[in-house]
Design a protein around this ligand. Structure first.
Ligand SMILES: [Zn+2]
Length: 468
């Protein structure tokens, strides 16, 4: 049945956004997904390119950065691979020049998203209601694929703004979120900040007895240690949902052994929303092709074949506020083959993204240091950062900046860092040029605990110690 033309959102080629209400739009998208996730690959790509062309055209007309960069290209359709890549540094350099001066009003209000991604390079992008709608539809698709029981409780431990879900109680909500609520509601949800001590998190989980626990893989590893040491199970738990970091096969195995449940992972980013969902049938990651066009490129910039690993380059199909066209995330992925589930969405066999360590405090507690880092660029012209814990009292702060920081900027940065770490550490600021050194395995971590261990090689250009 074709949608009521009066209810179709103008300016979107694919998928069609139709409905008189938020609920109708979500239902329409879900019914289209049932078809689009089984399209022949070349047909799917054609639809993606149709929508991306509209975004590229919009970007050339209304975004200063793209007007300059794509200005020399002939009018009309462009070959995707002829377009230059967009790096995190480009986003930092472009600033507001990457924002559209004329976002179609029907795409809804804009809001800012800030993230440091996998490389400690903070960027800010604007998003709209339209790409938020695709995000929500993919959330519902994730629940549907994994057959989750919406009546159960969802407990989430994640990075949130200070003061919004503080330990020991966190906050509670009547439902899982706006997408699920729009379709008729779910069981309750509870949220706790990620920087809560692991023992406090475990108490909180026991109290809530959730059906589903959502958190980051490294935090899950610490919780599995905690429950495993006590030989404790969580009888209410059906599955663990993970976001934000790479899930290792070892973590999946440990989760089965300790808690008796599996991990259902998603690959997403703050700037792009859902990029890929783990398939319940095969474990491969299916690309959310209705909202992003994903390329995996080799060192020469050529597309990788199944089994090959390369750089992930993603184009957002529905962000007209800060168009992200051929955006290089700095994550790596291995291209997957066809999936046994029958869905034809492209697959990734493995994604290697960000990694984090825990911070150790002198009182013996450990937690994830995370909240606050996104504020760094409000304080100083910072390009990249990395924190390395050298002892129970000392943190090395590695920075790449446009210029040497003033003393007052270092002081304000120090306040944010100490708040995020939860302890008045002695901070040793070190300045680097270009890019921060990567360890031999290439895996950059924004926070490294190097107590009694080693850390990336020092090739510092200047350093000074601030007062604690
Ligand atoms: Zn599949």
């Amino acid at each position: 049945m074709s949608p009521d033309p009066a209810a179709v959102l103008a300016g979107v080629a694919w998928p069609v956004i139709a409905g008189h209400s938020h609920r109708e739009q979500l239902l329409s998208l879900l019914s289209q997904f049932a078809q689009t996730e089984r399209l022949a690959p070349e047909q799917l790509l054609r639809q993606q390119l149709l929508q991306l062309s509209a975004v590229i055209d919009h970007a050339r007309r209304t975004v200063p950065y793209y007007r300059d960069r794509f200005g020399g290209l002939p009018p009309g359709p462009v070959a995707l691979q002829a377009l230059p890549l967009l790096t995190r540094r480009d986003i930092q350099d472009a600033g507001h020049g990457l924002r559209s001066m004329a976002v179609p009003p029907q795409f809804g209000a804009k809001h800012e998203n800030r993230t440091s991604g996998a490389t400690g390079e903070p960027v800010t992008v604007l998003r709209t209601m339209l790409d938020g709608l695709l995000w929500q539809a993919n959330t519902l698709r994730d629940h549907a694929w994994h057959g989750r029981d919406p009546a159960l409780k969802l407990a989430a431990i994640r990075a949130v703004a200070p003061g919004t879900a503080d330990p020991p109680h966190g906050v509670e909500a009547a439902n899982w979120g706006p997408a699920s609520a729009a379709l008729g509601g779910t069981g309750p949800a509870a949220l706790l900040t990620l920087d809560a001590d692991v023992a406090v998190q475990a108490d909180w989980i026991r109290r809530h007895a959730p059906g589903y626990l959502l958190t980051y893989p490294n935090n899950l590893a610490a919780l599995l240690d905690h429950f495993g040491q006590r030989d404790e199970r969580l009888p209410s738990l059906r599955a663990v949902l993970t976001v934000g970091e790479t899930v290792s096969p070892a973590l999946r195995a440990t989760c089965h052994v300790v808690l008796g449940v599996g991990i259902e992972d998603v690959y997403s980013s703050q700037e792009l929303g859902y990029i890929a969902l783990q398939c319940p049938a095969s474990g491969l990651y299916h690309v959310m092709a209705e909202s992003v066009l994903v390329e995996v490129l080799d060192a020469a910039g050529k597309p990788c074949a199944p089994g090959e690993t390369g750089r992930l380059v993603v184009s957002s199909l529905h962000n007209h506020a800060t168009p992200l066209i051929r955006y290089e995330l700095r994550d790596h992925a291995t291209v997957g083959g066809p999936c046994a589930c029958g869905r034809t969405l492209p697959t990734l066999a493995r994604v290697a993204g960000r990694e984090r360590n825990m911070v150790k405090l002198p009182d013996g507690s450990t937690h994830w240091p995370l909240v606050g880092f996104h504020r760094f660029r409000d304080i100083a012209p910072l390009r990249q950062y990395q924190l390395i814990q050298r002892s129970l009292e000392e943190i090395e702060v590695r920075l790449v900046c446009d210029r040497a920081l003033r003393a007052d900027e270092e002081t304000r940065l120090a306040t944010v860092i100490r708040d995020a770490l939860g302890h008045p550490f002695v901070l040793r600021f070190m300045y680097f040029e270009g890019e921060l050194p990567r360890p031999a395995n290439g895996k950059f971590e924004e926070f490294v605990c190097a107590i009694g261990g080693d850390a990336p090689a020092r090739s510092v250009i200047s350093g000074r110690q601030t007062l604690s």
